[in-house]
Design a binder for this molecule. Structure first.
Ligand SMILES: Cc1ncc(COP(=O)(O)O)c(C=O)c1O
Length: 228
């Protein structure tokens, strides 16, 4: 199932699957990046921004360089760019910024990323773009080598229910070890196709959580058959 969502996000952004990092909400990928690059140098960010990342980074021993906002409370991209020297490994920009709610001009931000990105890794936190915060589904888009570094620092396992929901399958809220979902296609036919791949699941629309190795096989076959 992670494969389907990865491909959907990649296609939507005209990128390849290895540009996509799926994570448990956007926080996990963002904070994994702080840990990964914060070990290599200092992190520069606006002086007023999303406090979760500031607190988490400090607790991880990451050294932060906070650049004050402009008088109008917008992020000072020029001053942040000036602050990027050899000691800086990561630049964090939140757009729209939390807590001001103010957005940056798209062209200015792209120019900033092109220029500053040559000197340090730049993260743009767009947590308010699409996303399924409550289901803990988030994603990041990055160059494959950077995406791979972030993936190496993730901590959570794939959230099967969240991934299913992000793929358009809405399971009922379950208090058990199975989920019951409308798969919006002929379920008997779907069951036959799953059986043809040696995944037999007589209560086909009730998905039970079995042993982890069974779930992994199930996830893969379900994804393949669901995509058709
Ligand atoms: C700027 C910003 N980044 C990240 C997050 C975390 O979002 P998520 O629920 O996708 O992990 C939030 C949540 O409020 C946020 O405001």
């Amino acid at each position: 199932m992670p494969g389907i969502l990865t491909n959907t996000i990649a296609d939507k952004n005209q990128l390849a699957a290895d540009n996509v990092v799926l994570s448990s909400g956007s926080n996990e990928a963002l904070q994994a990046a702080f840990v990964a690059w914060g070990k290599k140098g200092r992190v520069v960010m606006p002086g007023l921004t999303y406090t979760d990342h500031v607190g988490y980074s400090r607790r991880m021993g990451v050294e932060l360089d906070l650049v004050p906002l402009k008088k109008d409370m917008s992020i000072d991209l020029d001053r942040i760019a000036d602050a990027v020297d050899d000691s800086i490994s990561l630049v964090y920009i939140c757009n729209p910024n939390n807590p001001t709610g103010m957005t940056l001009d798209g062209d200015e931000l792209r120019d900033f990323c092109r220029t500053v990105g040559k000197k340090a890794v730049v993260i743009v936190d767009e947590a308010y773009n699409d996303g399924m915060a409550g289901m803990r589904v988030g994603y990041g888009l990055a160059r494959p080598d950077l995406a791979s570094t972030i993936k190496n620092h993730l901590m959570a396992w794939s959230n099967v229910v969240g991934l299913a929901a992000a793929n358009g399958i809405e399971p009922l809220p379950s208090q058990t070890n199975f989920v019951y979902a409308d798969i919006s296609r002929n379920a008997s036919e779907f069951q036959k196709q799953m059986a043809a791949r040696n995944v037999l699941n007589p209560n086909y629309s009730r998905i039970s959580m079995g042993r982890i190795e069974d779930i992994r096989v199930f996830q893969q076959v379900f994804s393949d058959v669901y995509r058709g």
